[in-house]
Design a protein around this ligand. Structure first.
Ligand code: UDP
Ligand code: MG
Length: 314
């Protein structure tokens, strides 16, 4: 399709139990596709093992309109894996727009992303001007972005999520990233390329509940953090240096006291108990941090595929 005069833009949408929002999503994508544009459109839906009628609706939509394609995963692999599946299947497109199914990322912003790409950007990030989430999730997002920006080696734009566009070279770069722990905004920052930003207002979910549970978001944040930072290891090293330095000075002090013949009281039970538990705790935290990295290394060396696709159903 790449040799057609009009470039192809594929919209990749991971879907997990989104039955209530799908009809509106189809309608709004159809409106987008119907508007005059300089490109040919495709929509690549990835059904991430939905347990409701999402897959059925997606299949029916594909039968009505061949621009709507469907990739079905063999089970629920999670958002990041579903996204990777979509990017792989959109392979032949000249550009790919990554978008959530729940209409928090409005399809009406897509022409602006495409325009930024056509005027030369290889990666376009949609940046939230505002956010509708409130409460714990909101605080969580803000804290995560503040920490991530400060503590990792690669700065990610703090108001950018998944929504955005990848041009051909960026798409090919993504296909070369083999890791299992995938944190999309971080990887997108890592690949580089000329990047443009388009501001938009993040909407409320059109219907249904968030599919990423809070626990999953926390895991996602921890993942993003450990795959982009060695800081936890460095903090351990520094703590170790500080604690052993302190121990050495304390030793000198007590030796000097003894040599000078100053009596030391033999009490100090409280001090001892506090020191032993404190240092024991630090060591356990250290093992935990090592474990976080070790678990990730284990995930990587197993070399399991990131997702599995189920053959198309008739
Ligand atoms: N999603 C998915 N697999 C999952 C969980 C979510 O493909 O295991 C999809 C979901 O259908 C939606 C997108 O990922 O299109 C974002 O999910 P959600 O809106 O629940 O997350 P949030 O808005 O909180 O980031
Ligand atoms: Mg959402």
């Amino acid at each position: 399709m790449t040799d057609s005069p009009r470039p192809t833009v594929a919209i990749v949408v991971p879907v997990f139990n989104e039955e209530p929002v799908l009809p509106e999503l189809f309608a709004r994508l159809e409106a987008l596709f119907a508007a005059p544009a300089e490109c040919a459109w495709r929509a690549v839906f990835v059904d991430d093992g939905s347990r409701d009628r999402s897959a059925e609706l997606l299949r029916a939509q594909g039968a009505r309109d061949s621009r709507f394609e469907l990739v079905e995963l063999s089970r629920n692999f999670g958002f990041q894996s579903a996204l990777a599946a979509g990017l792989a299947h959109a392979g032949a497109a000249d550009a790919v727009v990554t978008m959530d199914a729940d209409l928090q990322d409005p399809p009406e912003v897509v022409p602006a992303l495409v325009a930024a790409w056509r005027s030369g950007a290889e990666v376009v990030r949609a940046v939230r001007r505002s956010r509708k989430e409130t409460g714990v999730r909101r605080v969580g997002f803000d804290v995560f972005h503040a920490l991530f920006d400060r503590l990792t080696d690669i700065p990610i734009e703090s108001n950018a999520g998944t929504f955005g566009l990848l041009g051909r070279p960026a798409l090919e770069a993504f296909a070369r990233l083999p890791e299992r722990n995938r944190f999309f905004p971080g990887l997108r920052a890592w690949i580089g390329f000329t990047t443009a930003e388009v501001a938009y207002d993040r909407q409320e979910r059109a219907a249904g509940k968030p599919k990423q549970t809070f626990r999953r978001l926390v895991r996602y944040a921890v993942d993003g953090f450990f795959s982009f930072s060695y800081l936890p290891l460095r903090v351990l090293t520094y703590t170790g240096i500080a604690v052993s330095g302190l121990g050495f000075l304390l030793g000198l002090y007590f030796i000097a006291k003894r040599l000078l013949g100053i009596e030391t009281a033999t009490t100090g039970f409280t001090t001892l108990v506090s020191l032993v538990t404190f240092l024991g705790g630090i060591q356990l935290i250290g093992i935990g941090v090592l474990g976080e990295y070790l678990g990730r290394i284990y995930d990587e060396v197993k070399q399991r595929p990131i997702y599995l696709v189920r053959p198309p159903r008739r």
